[in-house]
Design a protein around this ligand. Structure first.
Ligand SMILES: Nc1ncnc2c1ncn2[C@@H]1O[C@H](COP(=O)(O)OP(=O)(O)OP(=O)(O)O)[C@@H](O)[C@H]1O
Ligand SMILES: [Mg+2]
Length: 254
């Protein structure tokens, strides 16, 4: 399961009473049903990474909570895995070893580890690359390894912070399609941070549009378009215009 609830979440960095403290998130609330794909869309500095870090257990909220199936997230662990923008693979480990890493942490017996590793290598389209090292792979391939590694531990929540920002436009589109394909084969509750309106529409069941800092949810949108999403579809274009208006209306400090 993986019903996600973000409830009255606020985060101040530093002592709130002191000059220089930063209110990053201000009373953020929304819900994502089990196995739905949610994107967080907003300007730089509005608290998107802060929200993910709290959901991953890396940061503590100042008020409110992130709950998974009613349980507040309080510490990092395999149940809520994060995929970072820069992949964060182990450079000294092969593709297969990188993917198996989380399974070792979970104390899976070795034959199950091997089966799961093979399955996820196949799922992300990396058969034949098991023994390559990260530096021998393209950016898109490294991100596939990161996705496989995150999914292999069968988390309840998959968190992705601008996972395709480092890729060129063509590869980014390709990886977005791949992510949808993988997610449809291995359904998971996902929270993905992005600056890109098109990425949010292409991938998501729901989109939380944030205000500028301090981040609040400006509008929480259900995306009822058929998959695969078609950029020329009237519904797609209408939603894109709406999101663009919401984002462009946002002025203020950065
Ligand atoms: N560890 C920290 N200590 C102090 N302030 C921080 C810390 N992390 C983030 N902030 C501040 O909190 C605010 C939100 O930062 P955050 O990284 O969550 O934004 P973001 O929406 O992810 O931005 P971007 O789109 O540029 O990645 C910013 O003003 C940032 O400077
Ligand atoms: Mg960020």
């Amino acid at each position: 399961m993986g019903q996600l609830t973000v409830k009255g979440l606020s985060k101040t960095y530093g002592d709130g009473a002191m000059a220089g403290s930063v209110l990053a998130l201000n009373d953020v609330s929304f819900e994502v049903p089990n196995n739905q794909f949610c994107s967080i869309l907003g300007h730089s500095g509005c608290g998107k990474t802060t929200l993910l870090n709290i959901a991953a257990g890396f940061e503590k909220p100042t008020a409110g909570a992130v709950l998974v199936d009613g349980e507040p997230v309080s510490a990092p662990g395999w149940k809520n895995t994060m995929i970072f923008q820069d992949y964060a693979l182990f450079p000294w480990a092969s593709v297969a070893e990188n993917i198996a890493f989380g399974l070792e942490m979970k104390n899976l017996p070795s034959h199950k580890r091997l089966d799961a590793t093979q399955y996820f290598i196949g799922l992300v389209g990396l058969k034949g690359f098991e023994n390559k090292y990260p530096h021998q792979l393209s950016g898109g391939m490294r991100q596939r390894v990161a996705i496989a590694r995150a999914l292999a531990v069968r988390p309840q929540l998959l968190l992705m912070d601008e996972p395709f920002a480092a890729l060129d436009a063509q590869n980014r589109t390709f990886m977005q399609d791949e992510l949808v394909r993988i997610w449809q084969r291995e359904p998971k509750t996902v929270m993905l941070v992005t600056h890109s309106i098109d990425e949010a529409i292409k991938l998501s069941d729901c989109i939380a549009v944030m205000t500028r800092r301090p981040g609040r949810v400006k509008e929480f949108i259900q995306v009822d378009l058929q998959r695969p999403r078609n950029e020329d579809d009237a519904g797609y274009l209408k939603l894109k215009r709406h999101l663009r208006d919401l984002i462009h209306d946002e002025v203020g400090d950065r």
